[in-house]
Design a protein around this ligand. Sequence first.
Ligand code: URA
Length: 288
Amino acid sequence: MTASDDSRRDLIAALDFHVAAGVDLMLDEHPHDRFSETEAPPRPALPAIEATHTPDTDSPPPRRELPPRGEAPPPARTYGASVAARPGEAAGDARARARDVTTLEELEALLAGFDGCPLKFTAKNLVFADGNPAAKLMFIGEAPGADEDRIGKPFMGRSGKLLDRMMAAIGLDRTSAYVTNIVPWRPPGNRNPTPQEVAICKPFIERQIELAAPDLIVCLGSPSTQAITGTKDGILKARGRFYPYRVGDREIRALATLHPAYLLRQPLQKRLAWRDFRTLRAALDGKA
Ligand code: URA
């Protein structure tokens, strides 16, 4: 066995490890800890080659050349890096723009053109909403997964099928509910959205709630419950509770429950979700 066989075997093992860990996309040559990102000085503008790439064509962005061996790599840059470095600014920008739109169609168009969230640059599609925007009930999940990213609609994969079955169990379907997420772009590799990404997208989901004007919200899972209700409680404590939520001059309620993806992993917990869905049915019938 030669040294080159060894290094080939090591490389394949490293690749296998990353695939098993859920890595399905390479963003950069160096890792970043997005969770520790805070307000940082602005980074240099993206080079022309990245700035002019239009992601709506099928061709991939041009590859960056690796530096010759032994030479220091250039400073890391990714799509949207300039906004990722200033999440507070991007969230302020999002809030100002969201205030200006007056219909859900305008909000979707605004999101399609919004470059302030770095997730946009790794996602295939904007995942805005599904179901009936005039319904009195709105389900809010966390973020799209691979199926949703491919199709461009929320809750299309296995969790979506379970959500549909849970809705059907209390006489609902997507004509009687509006379905969306707190973050409208898929985080790469299905990781959780970072607090910064949630903060940037929050003004949009708040405006989406205002424009859809439901009577009742169901938060699916912890990130959605915490973003919408402001509670710091974990989902096992928060679930089954109604939280007040202000929409313009109305106060509506947000019910927290378990996320269908969690229920797929922990099927025994479906009994708790079933309790929550019976509470939801009672609330829709004016009995809770
Ligand atoms: N999980 C979510 O939170 N949202 C989706 O749209 C799909 C899976």
